[in-house]
Design a protein around this ligand. Structure first.
Ligand code: AMP
Length: 282
């Protein structure tokens, strides 16, 4: 596996590969890698000749400075995991390399960034848009791989690709979970043992919601029951729990006419913010 920290060196390397007719698959990450990330590498390996991963903790997508401060950074272990997973190229730039000056460009993704994560993380999706757009320009992949775990991010990236005509295919890959259903996340490392044993509750509530929806339950009543269950459980501070339309993530009140819905949740467990979702076919 080749490792680059400079944009120009990476581009030179990829230019050579592309001229040799190799297709490029790209997996952007913020590091502290786990099996969820590696599933994206595996998906890329199945479609592309060359797999490029990036590890960059993007400061401009953190609206909360203390979240950025405690975000795990494990570059050496990440490199080893990527190599073992068959990744060909790792791009791990410094902040100065990515942002020699603070970027002036601003994205507004409309309603998509005014719901769910957008409500609680002002400026987050602008930061995602800037870094993903920049990385797409740097890597110029044929295919890019993102996790459904961050569903709203996937929809924002899809808009970015369409609005700026990036010539690449977006692949949205399934969420990889721990045995108790907890969605794998770099932030899970910050949970205490006691918190880790409680964290499966989020997935239980998603499963409960799925059952209720498939039995024809009314979204509002289900939402109220889940909010109450979180209150009774006590360990979590729920930011949002919503049943939403899958393209726009706007909240829905009735299931009539819908083929699928997204159930989306964000909650703090101690100081750790966890998000998850299920897309449910009705
Ligand atoms: P992050 O390092 O958190 O920015 O994530 C990098 C990519 O990995 C994003 O596309 C995430 O959606 C994806 N990802 C994170 N966790 C998981 C997971 N548990 N399963 C599948 N993909 C994931």
């Amino acid at each position: 596996m080749e490792i680059f920290s400079q944009i120009a060196d990476l581009q030179k390397h990829l230019h050579g590969l592309r001229r040799a007719g190799q297709s490029v698959g790209f997996v952007p990450t913020m590091g502290a890698l786990h099996q969820g990330h590696l599933s994206l590498i595996e998906a890329a390996r199945q479609t592309n000749d060359v797999v490029v991963a990036s590890v960059f903790v993007n400061p401009i997508q953190f609206n909360n400075p203390s979240d950025l401060a405690v975000y795990p950074r494990t570059l050496e272990a990440d490199g080893q995991m990527l190599k073992a997973a068959g990744c060909h190229v790792l791009f791990a730039p410094s902040e100065a390399e990515m942002y020699p000056q603070p970027p002036q460009l601003r994205f507004d993704f409309g309603n998509l960034e005014r719901v769910l994560e957008g409500t609680f993380r002002p400026g987050h999706f602008n930061g995602v848009g800037v870094v993903v757009g920049k990385l797409f320009n740097i890597v110029q992949p044929d295919d890019a791989y993102f996790g459904q775990k961050d569903l709203q991010q996937c929809l924002v990236v899809r808009r970015l690709i369409r609005d700026l005509s990036f010539g690449l295919r977006l692949h949205i890959c399934p969420t990889v979970r721990e045995a108790d259903g907890l969605a794998m996340s770099s932030r899970n490392r910050n949970l205490s043992l006691a918190q880790r044993s409680q964290a499966g509750f989020i997935y239980e509530q998603l499963q409960y919601t799925k059952q209720q929806l498939l039995q024809g339950g009314a979204p509002q009543a289900i939402k109220e029951a889940v909010v109450q269950a979180f209150e009774q459980q006590g360990a979590f501070r729920l930011e949002y729990f919503d049943i939403a339309e899958t393209e726009t993530l706007t909240s829905i009140e009735a299931l009539a006419g819908l083929k699928e819905v997204a159930v989306c949740v964000a909650a703090y467990l101690g100081n750790t913010r966890l998000i998850d979702n299920l897309v449910i076919e009705l």
